[in-house]
Design a protein around this ligand. Structure first.
Ligand code: GAP
Length: 444
């Protein structure tokens, strides 16, 4: 897509118009940094999360899941360094009082909104603070978690004691995280409420490099499976001075967004920073006993951390296509496994009961093997195809008079139309169902 604003505007508008993503609290004028997922967005998000769970947790024998709370004891965020250090540099314009992230102003010395001068740079802590219970004082202060990792570290001992894993092993979690970003921007790129898919993988200190490499490769495989091309994904070795306080090594996976290259995911080697800090602050032993060597040690941690919303944005941008089919069309070339609707079933005409009845039969048969399908009998067939193209439905199945036997040899056959090529083929009902099923389950 050519112009950077135009590209983002097209995606934002399509996402809203077709039920993927809506501005948060829209009827009240919105709330900056919040977006809601609509019917198709929820499906797409869940399909991405499900694939992540399969690849990062369930396909492996060394991974466990947790689902921890968003509100946690504040001592955890003190120990992790977030209370003292999870901040961005903030500057305020002395004239219009708009606030900016100082590190994102590049060399601008004047306010981009009114040309006023800036005050001094202050550190602004990004955690949302609230109070648990009816008393609002420092003793009841709690934070909305700024990363899901905290709930994994706090359950390290519970998972060890209940599941007795052998090192290396990891804990995976998907959940909400909250950051009071100074300048939320670029649709769902920088939000104040978002979701993360995180793994904390516990290793012997001497084995961190091979584990880091293993997760790095898995992140590339995941990118491929969700339709993010190799060309648009770049690794950035984060310099010592730019790394988070807990990290000994970080690779940022960057994506070519319309506004330029930006962070998509992170892969960090957190050493023993977290478990050591939590052991010291909580007074709970967080060591691992190696049964063979009888050695006790604090495991080191590799952390692949993937933002769900940024992933979904990269998926939408990667899938967006315009071509000259018919009188020009827009379509989303989602990999079938994550498409929100896998196939749509249509009777050629909706006022012919015999066509509708047969189409319903095909719909039911397909739905038993492919649950995420839709029914469409609205408007002419060309319009239906356009509508399905725009939401990325890989297959359209049409039931016509030949299906009913008007041409004898075509009895019980349907038209199967492919989203990407626009081509149609005549197949038996069972072959069409098989083709749809196979494309979803084997990544075609
Ligand atoms: N536990 C490590 C951690 O949270 P991070 O780099 O701060 O590391 C990980 O965040 C990922 O979470 C990012 O790569 C990005 O995908 C996502 N993310 C972070 N801040 C975000 C925000 N304000 N809006 C949307 N996604 C965000």
């Amino acid at each position: 897509m050519e112009n950077k604003n135009e590209a983002m505007e097209k995606i934002t508008s399509l996402a809203k118009r077709r039920g993927f993503i809506f501005p948060g609290s829209e009827i009240y004028g919105g709330l900056a940094g919040t977006y809601d997922y609509g019917p198709l967005g929820v499906r797409l998000k869940e399909n991405i999360e499900r694939l992540w769970l399969t690849m990062f947790r369930d396909d492996r024998s060394d991974m466990y899941g947790v689902d921890a709370t968003i509100l946690m004891n504040s001592k955890l965020w003190e120990a992790s360094g977030h209370v003292s250090g999870f901040s961005d540099p903030l500057v305020e314009c002395q004239k219009c009082h708009h606030r900016f992230r100082a590190d994102q102003l590049e060399d601008e010395k004047k306010c981009p909104d009114c040309g006023g001068g800036f005050g001094e740079v202050k550190q602004f802590n990004m955690m949302f603070k609230t109070h648990a219970g009816s008393v609002e004082d420092d003793s009841s202060a709690v934070y909305l978690r700024p990363e899901t990792a905290g709930g994994i570290f706090s359950n390290f001992k519970n998972v060890m004691d209940s599941m007795h894993p052998k090192i290396p092993f990891g804990i995976a979690q998907i959940g909400k995280a909250f950051r009071n970003e100074i300048a939320p921007r670029d649709f769902i790129f920088r939000l104040r409420e978002f979701s993360q898919m995180e793994v904390e993988y516990f290793v012997k200190p001497s084995e961190w490099e091979s584990a880091f490499e293993e997760w790095r490769l898995l992140m590339h495989r995941f990118a491929e499976r969700i339709g993010i091309s190799k060309n648009s994904l770049h690794e950035l070795e984060v310099a010592d001075s730019d790394r988070a306080h807990y990290s000994n090594r970080t690779i940022d996976f960057e994506f070519d967004y319309p506004s330029g290259r930006g962070e998509l995911w992170g892969l960090a080697y957190r050493g023993d920073f977290d478990l050591s800090a939590h052991q010291e602050a909580s007074g709970t032993t967080l060591t691992y006993l190696d049964e063979e060597t009888k050695e006790k040690f604090i495991p080191h941690v590799i952390e692949p951390s993937l933002g769900v919303d940024r992933t979904l944005l990269a998926v939408l941008l990667s899938a967006y296509r315009e071509d000259s089919l018919g009188d020009g069309r827009v379509y989303l070339a989602f990999p079938p496994s994550i498409a929100p609707i896998k196939a749509v079933v249509s009777p050629l005409l909706k006022n012919k009961p015999e066509l509708v009845a047969k189409a319903r039969e095909v719909f039911q048969a397909l739905k038993t093997v492919v649950p995420q399908i839709a029914w469409d009998d609205n408007g002419n067939i060309g319009k239906r195809y356009r509508r399905q193209d725009e939401v990325g439905t890989p297959w359209c199945i049409t039931i016509d008079f030949d299906t009913l036997g008007e041409t004898k040899e075509l009895l019980d056959t349907v038209t199967l139309r492919s989203r990407d090529s626009g081509e149609q083929e005549r197949l038996s009902i069972s072959d069409a169902i098989q083709k749809v099923y196979t494309s979803i389950n084997h990544g075609a």
